[in-house]
Design a protein around this ligand. Structure first.
Ligand code: ADP
Ligand code: MG
Length: 692
C-alpha cells in the first residue's frame, strides 16, 4: 500500500478545521503523518529529586503539597509550595479552577512534569503537567520516552500523537516501499524503514535513552541518512531544472581580458587563472553557469569576477554584481570603475539609499543598456529594475541566498528568452560539510592560494583592562611608524543605530585623547557618498586611525592599513572576525590584530578567540565555526529558512555526507522516479515552494 495515496481525511478526528491546521505543517496524506517526526523526546521514565534539578531542563518529580495560596503579585496566580524531602519548589498556575485549587491542598501527593526555572531563591515549574497520586502507593512511571512533535497554533501534541497512532497501526500491517538503494543499505547495514519509523515515533521501553535523545541510535541514523539524501536530491533536481534553461553562450574574450591583465601591477596567481578558466568553460555553454567560487579572504575573488564580467561585456551584454552591503557595493563600484573605465566600459550603481534623481538616472542606464557593468545591493533584483540584456549575474554572498532571490534574478533576463549565468562568490570559506549540503546545486571552484608576499596577521588576545596601553601602542605605531589602523566597535544588540552611536562616541574619545593623529569614522548610517569620501581618504593615507563599525567587515580593501583593534570580539562569530581581520595583511607590511575582549569569557568565547589567535587559515576557521556555532548560524539560515531537517543534523551526521553526495548523484541519474519519490517523502510540498 502506498501511504501517500491515503488522505488524512480518512483518519479519525480530522475535520475541515483540523485539515487546515495540518496543512500548515505540510501534512496532507498518511505518508506526511508518518514522516512528521518528533523533534525531541521527554523523559517521564524516571523521577528526579528537587535537590538535583537543573534550571532550564525538563524533569519529573514526586512531591507533597506543603501549602497553596493565590498570589496577586503582578498577575493573579496559584502558587503551590511542594517538597520531596530533598528541597522545596513552587508550582505556579495562571489558569486554574476552584476545583483544582481545592485539590492542590496540603498533604496531597503529586507527580509533576515540567521545565524547571529558578527564581527568587528556589525552583519553579510553571504550569507543570500534574497527576494526583494516592499517598500510599508509588505511582507507575512511563516505560518509554514521550515523543514531542513540531506543532502549529491550536494543534496539541496529544492530537498529533493520536493521528500517528492510527497511521502506525497501518504501518504494522502494511508495507512501506523501500527507496534507498540496496548498495547503501548494505554499506551501512541499515535496518528496515518501517521498523525505524516505528522506533522513532514510539521508542520502546528498555532502550538506551541517551542514544535516542542524542540522535545516535541506528534507527535515527537510518532516517537521517535518508533525509540527507532526499535533500541532496532535491537540490540536484533544482539544479537540473536550472541548467536545462537556455542561456547566452559567451565565447572566450579576445581583447578585454588581456587589456585588463596588462593594466594590473601584478600577475594573477595560478589559482586565479585556473578558476578563470573554469568559468570560461561554463560561460561558453548555451545553458546557465551555476558556479560557486570560494577562496580565503584576500585571495583575489573580485578580480576573478571582473574577468568573467569582461567576457560578457565584450560580447555586448550586461553584467550585474550584487554585494551584501552598501559599503561593499561602493567598494566594488570603485574597483570596477577603476579597472573598466579605461577600457571604455561604463559602470552603473544602484543601492536603495540613492536620491530619487540619482536612482532614476541609474534605472534608465540599466534599462537602455548604457550601464554595461551594474553594481549594487539586493536593490538590483527588486521590481522596477529592468535590465537591457543581462547575461551574467555575480553575487558576492555573505549568507546562503534563498531560492526565491535566485528566481528573482532569473527573471531579470526573461525578455531575452535566456537565463543569466550565475557566479556566486562567498565572503569567507564554507566548511566542506556545509558546502556539500547547502550548495549541492552548484559547481565549486576554489582559489586555494593567496597572492605572493602576503604575511600572516599576528593576532593577540587581550582583556579590555589593558585598553589604555593598546590605545598608546596604536598611537605610537601611527605616529612613529606611519602605520594606518582600524578601530572596530561592536555591540551586543543587533541595533545598527546603537552600534553607530558607539562608534561615534569611541571616535570622539580617541580623537580627543590623540590630538596628534587624524582620527575619522565610518559607519552604516552615514550617507553613501560620505562613507565613500572617508574610505577614499583612508586609502590615500590621509587618515591615521579609522574608527568603524562592522560595516567594514566584508571586502573593504586598503592595503596600507596594517593594524586592527577589535573591541569586544567575543560578540562576533568566527567568520565575521576572520572577515574583519582580513582587512589587514593585504599589503607588504607586517600586520597585527588586537582582540580586546571584555572578561569574563564563556568557554565557547575562549575557544573562538583562541582559534583566531592560532590560525589565519579561513578554511580551518570555518570548520571550527561550524563546530562551535552549528550550521544555522554559520549559513545564516535563520533568514533564508534553509536546511530545516526533521531528523538529520549536519554536524552530528557529517560522516554520512560524502557517501550521501555520491549516492545522490548516482540515484538522480539512474533512477529519477525513485529520487522523486524520496524527495516527495521527505520534503513534500516544501519542494514546490523552493524551500530547499
Ligand atoms: P577577496 O578574495 O577577499 O574578495 P579581493 O578580491 O578584495 O579579495 O583582493 C584583495 C586584494 O588583493 C586586492 O587589493 C586585489 O587588488 C589584490 N590582488 C588580487 N589578485 C592579486 C594578485 N594575483 N597579486 C597581487 N595582488 C592581488
Ligand atoms: Mg571580496
Amino acid at each position: 500500500m502506498n501511504f501517500k495515496d491515503y488522505d488524512i481525511g480518512e483518519l479519525k478526528g480530522v475535520g475541515p478545521a483540523m485539515r487546515e491546521k495540518l496543512a500548515r505543517l505540510g501534512i496532507e496524506n498518511w505518508q506526511d503523518v508518518l514522516f512528521h517526526l518528533p523533534h525531541r523526546y521527554e523523559d517521564r521514565t524516571q523521577l528526579q529529586r528537587i535537590g538535583q534539578l537543573v534550571p532550564g531542563e525538563a524533569a519529573q518529580v514526586l512531591v507533597t503539597v506543603e501549602h497553596s495560596e493565590i498570589s496577586f503579585r503582578r498577575r493573579r496566580s496559584l502558587i503551590c509550595r511542594v517538597s520531596d524531602g530533598s528541597g522545596l519548589m513552587d508550582l505556579r498556575f495562571f489558569y486554574f479552577s476552584k476545583a483544582q485549587k481545592d485539590k492542590l491542598s496540603r498533604g496531597q501527593t503529586l507527580l509533576c512534569f515540567g521545565e524547571v526555572s529558578s527564581g527568587r531563591g528556589h525552583y519553579t515549574m510553571i504550569h507543570p503537567e500534574v497527576k494526583y497520586v494516592s499517598n500510599t502507593s508509588r505511582p507507575p512511571l512511563d516505560d518509554r520516552l514521550t515523543p514531542v512533535y513540531p506543532v502549529t497554533e491550536g494543534l496539541k501534541q496529544h492530537t498529533i500523537r493520536k493521528l500517528t497512532d492510527q497511521v502506525l497501526l497501518k504501518l504494522k500491517a502494511g508495507q512501506l516501499p523501500e527507496l534507498l538503494p540496496e548498495s547503501i543499505r548494505q554499506h551501512y547495514q541499515l535496518g528496515d524503514l518501517a521498523a525505524a519509523l516505528m522506533f522513532v515515533h514510539r521508542p520502546p521501553p528498555g532502550i538506551d535513552l541517551s542514544q535516542v535523545m542524542s540522535g545516535e541510535h541506528p534507527a535515527k541514523q537510518r532516517l537521517a541518512l535518508e533525509e540527507l539524501l532526499a535533500h541532496n536530491l532535491s537540490m540536484l533536481k533544482l539544479r537540473s531544472k536550472m541548467v536545462r534553461e537556455p542561456a547566452t553562450p559567451i565565447p572566450p574574450s579576445q581583447s578585454m581580458v588581456k587589456a585588463l591583465t596588462g593594466q594590473l601591477p601584478f600577475q594573477l596567481t595560478a589559482a586565479q587563472q585556473r578558476v578563470i578558466k573554469e568559468i570560461d568553460n561554463d560561460l561558453q555553454q548555451p545553458h546557465p553557469m551555476l558556479r560557486l567560487v570560494q577562496g580565503d579572504v584576500g585571495s583575489g575573488k573580485t578580480l576573478v569576477a571582473a574577468m568573467a564580467a569582461l567576457q560578457a561585456i565584450e560580447q555586448g551584454h550586461q553584467v550585474a554584481l550584487m554585494a551584501p552591503t552598501e559599503i561593499l557595493a561602493e567598494q566594488h563600484w570603485n574597483n570596477f570603475s577603476g579597472w573598466f573605465e579605461s577600457l571604455g566600459i561604463s559602470c552603473g550603481f544602484l543601492v536603495s539609499k540613492l536620491k530619487a534623481a540619482e536612482r532614476r538616472q541609474s534605472l534608465e542606464q540599466i534599462e537602455n543598456g548604457d550601464a554595461q557593468m551594474v553594481i549594487g545591493t539586493h536593490a538590483l533584483f527588486q521590481e522596477g529594475v529592468n535590465f537591457n540584456s543581462l547575461a551574467l549575474a555575480i553575487i558576492d554572498e555573505q549568507h546562503r541566498f534563498g531560492v526565491h532571490q535566485r528566481m528573482a534574478l532569473k527573471d531579470k533576463a526573461k525578455h531575452t528568452g535566456c537565463v543569466p549565468h550565475q557566479l556566486i562568490m562567498t565572503a569567507t570559506p564554507i566548511p566542506r560539510t556545509l558546502a556539500m549540503t547547502a550548495y549541492a546545486d552548484l559547481d565549486t571552484s576554489i582559489i586555494d592560494e593567496l597572492p605572493p608576499g602576503r604575511k600572516p596577521v599576528t593576532t593577540v588576545v587581550l582583556p579590555d583592562t589593558r585598553r589604555e596601553q593598546v590605545v598608546q601602542r596604536v598611537a605610537d605605531a601611527c605616529q612613529n611608524q606611519k602605520v594606518q589602523a582600524y578601530w572596530v566597535c561592536t555591540l551586543i544588540e543587533e541595533s545598527e543605530e546603537l552600534q553607530c552611536q558607539a562608534a561615534e562616541e569611541t571616535a570622539r574619545q580617541l580623537a580627543e585623547g590623540l590630538p596628534q593623529l587624524n582620527v575619522e569614522m565610518v559607519h552604516g548610517r552615514m550617507k553613501p557618498f560620505d562613507k565613500q569620501a572617508v574610505m577614499e581618504a583612508f586609502k590615500a593615507g590621509d587618515i591615521d586611525l579609522l574608527v568603524a563599525t562592522t560595516v567594514i567587515e566584508v571586502g573593504v580593501d586598503v592595503p596600507n592599513a596594517s593594524l586592527m583593534v577589535i573591541e569586544n570580539p567575543e560578540r562576533l562569530g568566527l567568520a565575521q572576525l576572520h572577515q574583519l581581520r582580513g582587512r589587514v595583511g593585504r599589503g607588504s607590511l607586517e600586520s597585527h590584530c588586537v582582540l580586546l575582549y571584555h572578561a569574563p569569557l564563556s568557554n565557547n568565547g575562549k575557544a573562538r578567540l583562541e582559534t583566531m589567535r592560532a590560525t589565519n587559515d579561513g578554511f580551518k576557521i570555518a570548520e571550527k565555526d561550524l563546530e562551535l556555532r552549528g550550521p544555522g548560524e554559520v549559513l545564516g539560515t535563520r533568514q533564508t529558512g534553509l536546511v530545516q531537517f526533521k531528523i538529520a543534523d549536519v554536524m552530528r551526521d557529517r560522516m554520512l555526507l560524502p557517501k550521501v553526495t555520491q549516492v545522490a548523484k548516482q540515484l538522480f541519474q539512474e533512477q529519477p522516479e525513485v529520487s522523486d519519490e524520496l524527495i516527495n517523502r521527505w520534503l513534500g510540498r516544501r519542494e514546490e515552494f523552493g524551500q530547499v
